[in-house]
Design a protein around this ligand. Structure first.
Ligand SMILES: [Zn+2]
Length: 311
C-alpha cells in the first residue's frame, strides 16, 4: 500500500528499506503520539519497521529545536535532583554493564546524554574516567559543560565529530537514541570509528517485537524513525561493524553490549513474526481498554451491594 502524506508534502521525504529490499512496503499507521503525522511502514521483504515518508532533516532539526521540549520538557531542576539521587535509568545502565569489567574504563561517551545522569552515575563508580557527550539540546549543553565538567564533543550526530576522536572511547552509551537516527548504519559506522580497540558499546532501544500501549497514540512517534526487533537490530549493527557480546529483551526494551568486529549478517526476514507481534499488541491493548472500562461499573456495583447489605 503506498504511503502518501496528506499535509505539508514538501517537509517529507521518501526512503527505502535500509537493507535494499525491493519488496513492497505495507503501511501500519498514519498517525502517532500527540497525533503527529507518523507514516509507519513495514518492509514485506525483511520485516524492518520504519517511517516512510518521514520528515526531512531540516524539519527534524526544527522539531528538536522548537517543538520537542513541548512534548518532553527540559527540566534542569528535576534533572539535577535525579543526578544527585542516581536516576533509576542510570542505575539500570550501571547494573547491566558492571559485569563487563568496565572498572578501569577511561573515556566514556554518552550519545544523547540529556542532563548527564548516566555519566554522573558511572563517574561515581569509575572515578578515573573522563566524560564526553553528544547532546542536541542547548539547555543541556550549557549545564553539562558548566555544572558537570563534561566535554560536549558534538551537538549533531550527523556532523563530522568522529574525525576528531579516532579510537578514543572505551565505552559508548546509546540509550534510546538509535531509533531517532535518520541513517542508523552510517551514524553507527562513524561511532564505531571512535571506539577504542577493546571498547564496548551499550545500546538500548524500544523493542518492536513487544510494543506497549496504543500503537497509534503512544508507541509510534514522529521522532522515532526506526523500530527494531532483535534480528533487524543485529543486522544493522553488523553492517556498521559491530559484533554482539550480549543482547536481551526486557519488558518493552531491547538492550545489548557490542564490540568492534563483525561481518554483515545474512539478511533474515522477520516479516511474519513482526506482523504477528503487531497483531497481538493491538489485541492486548483492546483487552486492557475493555478491562479498564469495566473498573468503574464493578466498583459501583460493589459499593451498591455494600449499601444494600448495610440497609
Ligand atoms: Zn527490507
Amino acid at each position: 500500500m503506498p504511503c502518501v502524506p496528506t499535509v505539508a508534502d514538501e517537509q517529507f521525504e521518501n526512503v527505502s528499506c535500509l537493507f535494499g529490499c525491493e519488496k513492497p512496503l505495507k503501511q501500519l499507521s498514519r498517525k502517532g503520539q500527540f497525533n503527529l503525522p507518523t507514516y509507519v511502514c513495514i518492509c514485506t521483504g525483511c520485516g524492518l519497521v520504519f517511517l516512510n515518508p518521514r520528515w526531512k532533516k531540516e524539519r527534524y532539526e526544527e522539531f528538536y529545536k522548537q517543538e520537542f521540549s513541548n512534548y518532553e520538557p527540559v527540566d534542569l531542576d528535576s534533572s539535577l535532583k535525579e543526578n544527585l539521587d542516581d536516576a533509576p535509568e542510570a542505575i539500570q545502565v550501571w547494573n547491566r554493564l558492571k559485569i563487563f569489567n568496565i572498572g578501569s574504563t577511561q573515556c566514556i561517551l554518552d550519545m544523547g546524554c540529556g542532563a548527564g545522569s548516566i555519566l554522573k552515575t558511572l563517574k561515581a563508580r569509575i572515578p578515573n574516567s573522563s566524560l564526553f557527550a553528544i547532546e542536541p539540546q542547548q539547555a543541556y549543553q550549557e549545564y553539562l559543560k558548566k555544572k558537570l565538567s563534561i566535554e560536549v564533543v558534538a551537538t549533531d550526530v550527523d556532523s563530522k565529530w568522529y574525525e576528531l576522536y579516532p579510537n578514543k572511547f572505551d565505552l559508548i552509551i546509546m540509550r534510546h537514541v538509535l531509533e531517532h537516527f535518520l541513517n542508523p548504519i552510517e551514524s553507527l559506522k562513524k561511532t564505531v570509528s571512535t571506539l577504542s580497540p577493546n571498547g564496548l558499546l551499550y545500546l538500548a532501544v524500544p523493542n518492536m517485537m513487544n510494543p506497549g500501549g496504543s500503537l497509534r497514540r503512544y508507541w509510534f512517534r514522529a521522532a522515532h524513525t526506526f523500530y527494531f526487533s532483535e534480528t533487524t537490530l543485529l543486522q544493522i549493527l553488523s553492517r556498521a561493524g559491530l559484533e554482539q557480546i550480549a543482547i536481551q529483551s526486557e519488558g518493552r526494551e531491547l538492550w545489548g553490549v557490542f564490540k568492534k568486529g563483525s561481518e554483515p549478517l545474512p539478511l533474515r526476514s522477520v516479516y511474519i513474526e513482526q506482523m504477528e507481534a503487531v497483531r497481538k499488541a493491538k489485541i492486548r491493548y483492546c483487552l486492557e481498554c475493555f478491562l479498564s472500562s469495566l473498573r468503574f461499573p464493578i466498583r459501583l456495583f460493589n459499593y451498591m451491594k455494600c449499601k444494600v447489605a448495610k440497609a
